[in-house]
Design a protein around this ligand. Structure first.
Ligand SMILES: Nc1ncnc2c1ncn2[C@@H]1O[C@H](COP(=O)(O)OP(=O)(O)O)[C@@H](O)[C@H]1O
Ligand SMILES: [Mg+2]
Length: 258
């Protein structure tokens, strides 16, 4: 059996009396595009915050490619190859697309080191070019980030997360606020990226989730409600009841009660 990409064991996080993560246990395989869904307040973002080291868990363990990262600070976890694109904006508006990526790429080596050595300068420059290629932002490399469209800012956010050459990319609602055309372009980009980097995406747009994800984990009230392939999750009665709502399954419910 292969070592899971991410092993989450009995992870608990409390905010005062509120249990945001309630003994979450989850093994995620590599080379699979994972989605995490669940109602508002289910604990999805807290899960990302906890596994990326931004929040300390109260109990439980997280292993990333076999390494125990439960008590590691965020920068160490990032150096092991976990990168997240934040819901809060991390783009510098007054800088160009390429400059934003340059700063992010340098963070990996440490700024002093990067300025001191020509080899790392060349390395950073290559990394920026690679990310411009991966995100399709090449034509906009010298454009001020402040003048980008909403969709291109989202791509730049993903590019910033990719600049450190991660093994795993955590995306928290990357298409939030986008129109249909931008959504479609970003979804396609994420699908392409998933060929070269593991991705876990938190997303509330169900058509997008069911189109994109290969494995879906459903969270509710800090716990894992269900886990499976999209077609199984769509059929799961507990999920439908707790989360997907009953607007579009009246017929089936009637059939089930008949
Ligand atoms: N920093 C925090 N301090 C206190 N409560 C928090 C904090 N972050 C999240 N919560 C609470 O934890 C629960 C889970 O939140 P969150 O993980 O953001 O849910 P989701 O991303 O699934 O919508 C919510 O009840 C939220 O109000
Ligand atoms: Mg959230």
């Amino acid at each position: 059996m292969t070592v899971p990409m991410l092993q989450i064991a009995d992870l608990t996080k409390r905010f005062g009396g509120l249990v945001a993560l309630d003994h979450v246990t989850l093994d995620l395989e590599p080379n699979v595009l994972h989605a995490i869904i669940g109602p508002n307040g289910a604990g999805k973002t807290t899960l990302f915050n906890t596994i990326s080291g931004m929040l300390k868990s109260d109990s439980g363990a997280v292993r990333f490619h076999g390494t125990d990262i439960s008590r590691m600070p965020p920068h160490k976890i990032s150096r092991l190859g976990m990168s997240r694109s934040l819901q809060i904006k991390s783009v510098f508006d007054s800088m160009t697309v390429a400059e934003n990526l340059w700063i992010a790429a340098q963070a990996r080596q440490g700024v002093m080191h990067a300025f001191a050595r020509r080899s790392s300068f060349v390395g950073t420059s290559k990394r920026v070019d690679a990310v411009l290629e991966q995100t399709g932002l090449g034509d906009l490399r010298d454009t001020s980030a402040g003048t980008l469209s909403y969709g291109d800012v989202a791509l730049l956010e993903i590019g910033i997360a990719l600049a450190t050459e991660p093994k795993l990319l955590l995306l928290d609602e990357p298409i939030c606020g986008m129109g249909p055309a931008e959504t479609e372009a970003t979804v396609e980009k994420i699908r392409q990226l998933a060929k070269s980097v593991d991705i876990i995406i938190i997303e509330h747009d169900m058509p997008v989730v069911f189109d994109l994800a290969e494995q879906i984990t459903v969270m509710a009230q800090g716990g894992v409600l269900a886990r499976g392939a999209p077609q199984d999750i769509a059929k799961n009665a507990a999920v439908r009841e707790a989360y997907l709502g009953d607007e579009d399954d009246d017929d089936e419910e009637e059939a089930a009660h008949a």
